[in-house]
Design a protein around this ligand. Structure first.
Ligand code: AMP
Ligand code: GLY
Length: 422
């Protein structure tokens, strides 16, 4: 197949590596890509957020499937235009992508579908904000309604900080004040074709910048998959996945279909396992980053077949995606100053040596080849390791990351530490 992947991060690199790993010899294209992606796909210069450019490229070059990585092209209507032009595309239209783009829309769909989530109040003024904060009590959860590049949510016990966060976003519209939910978080991805879903394997993301979940929220500093502790709580990972499928993913997909906004693409359920059961923290309309980097290396079923079946509405005919027993861990190498003020433009060295550690591969997140390899963003590289045990995978990932040189860079030291008991 000729497959075009839109996006430029480690998630897109992971998708491309999974497509490369298939027996089928695909022709892979990426826009805009990065220096790592350029080693595994043909990078094409085109504006991934422009529906007209992407569609004319896909038609001109006979692309069989477009896979949309990040949310921005979805919100810009790239998938709508491709679908109208008859190009199979894995990614929801603009209206369904509002499940990620608008937290208020997501809450409405969840309410209508009877899906368990935290209680939330929309507040349009400081008076409404303080009233809602006092009603819920500390810790306070304040969320901007629209896309805010991972910076829209604050969880804090400091009431003044919660009010200040709300005040920063109020000029652009109401904010959500939400009930605080306590418990471990799980990311579970579903392929969806408008009315059927197929689950992938669960993963856990590490959102805070520092060890021990200290510091500010980030896009994600590491991840691992599978989650062995789910079996203790639910009997098996499959039982957990079934429960989320029946109680959360299918009701939401059906509600979106009833709403006239069918969801075709990746439904990312961000879940929290509270004492009162599984609740949804958020939905995203695309693969998670960095969770994809640990889920896809374990996928045994050819990814292209699943993505195409979702795109053309034949997921029902596909078997459930199968996963290996391998344990996968990824650690993100971030630039100095990330997430507040990342320093970019510095050279990266030692990648070849890092990739020589057995079981390790590198997914590029923000790199550019300028003679030397240079960091171009906050999250720069994902060191991914697979092994028979979490201890083996973790040791390999950390041995590899230590071989990489990027001045001022930092990474978390406790990714998957909890499960590395084997
Ligand atoms: P979101 O962008 O909605 O995924 O929120 C980012 C992070 O904030 C989540 O991964 C959680 O760690 C935390 N968070 C969001 N909502 C809540 C909540 N209601 N209770 C506790 N933590 C939350
Ligand atoms: N890892 C969090 C996200 O992709 O939104």
């Amino acid at each position: 197949m000729k497959i075009l992947v839109l996006g430029s991060g480690a998630r897109e690199h992971a998708i491309i590596l999974a497509l490369r790993a298939e027996e089928a010899d695909h022709e892979l294209f990426a826009a805009p890509g990065n220096a790592g992606i350029a080693q595994d796909a043909t990078v094409v210069s085109l504006d991934a957020n422009d529906p007209a450019s992407v569609t004319s490229y896909a038609l001109e070059y006979g692309i069989d499937l477009v896979v949309v990585g990040p949310e921005a092209p979805l919100i810009a209507g790239v998938a709508d235009r491709l679908r109208e032009s008859g190009v199979p595309v894995f990614g929801p239209g603009k209206a369904a992508a509002a499940l990620e783009g608008s937290k208020a829309f997501a809450k409405r769909i969840m309410d209508a579908a009877g899906v368990p989530t935290g209680r939330a109040v929309r507040a349009g003024s400081v008076t409404e904000v303080t009233a809602a904060l006092d009603e819920f009590g500390a810790p306070y959860v304040v969320k901007a309604d629209g896309l805010a590049a991972g910076k829209g949510v604050i969880v804090t016990s400091d009431r003044d900080e919660a009010v200040a966060h709300a005040e920063a976003y109020l000029p652009s519209g109401p904010v959500l004040i939400e009930e605080f939910l306590a418990g471990p978080e799980v990311s579970l991805f579903f392929l969806a074709d408008g009315d059927t879903v197929r689950p992938l394997s669960p993963a856990q993301d590490f959102k805070r910048a520092g060890d021990g979940d200290e510091g500010p929220n980030t896009g994600g500093m590491g991840a691992y998959s599978p989650l062995p502790w789910l079996a203790e709580q639910f009997g098996s990972e499959a039982a957990f996945v079934d429960e989320v499928t029946e109680r959360i993913a299918l009701p939401v997909i059906r509600e979106l279909d009833r709403n006239g906004t069918p969801f075709i693409g990746l439904l990312y359920a961000g879940l929290i396992l509270t004492e009162d059961g599984i609740k949804v923290i958020e939905f995203n309309a695309r693969f998670g980053d960095p969770e994809t980097q640990v889920v896809l290396p374990r996928l045994v079923t050819p990814l292209s077949e699943l993505l195409l079946a979702a795109a053309v509405g034949t997921l029902e005919d596909e078997p459930c995606p199968e996963f290996s027993d391998a344990k996968a861990v990824t650690v993100v190498l971030a630039s100095e100053g990330y997430p507040t003020n990342p320093v970019t433009g510095r050279e990266i060295h030692g990648l070849a040596s890092a990739a020589e550690v057995p079981g390790v591969h590198i997914a590029h997140a923000a790199t550019s080849d300028q003679g030397a390899l240079v960091a171009t963003g906050g999250r720069v590289l994902n060191v991914v390791a697979t092994g028979d045990t979490f201890t083996a995978a973790r040791d390999a990932a950390y041995a590899a990351i230590e071989r990489i040189e990027l001045a001022g860079s930092h990474y978390r030291h406790d990714i998957a530490a909890r499960v590395a008991t084997d």
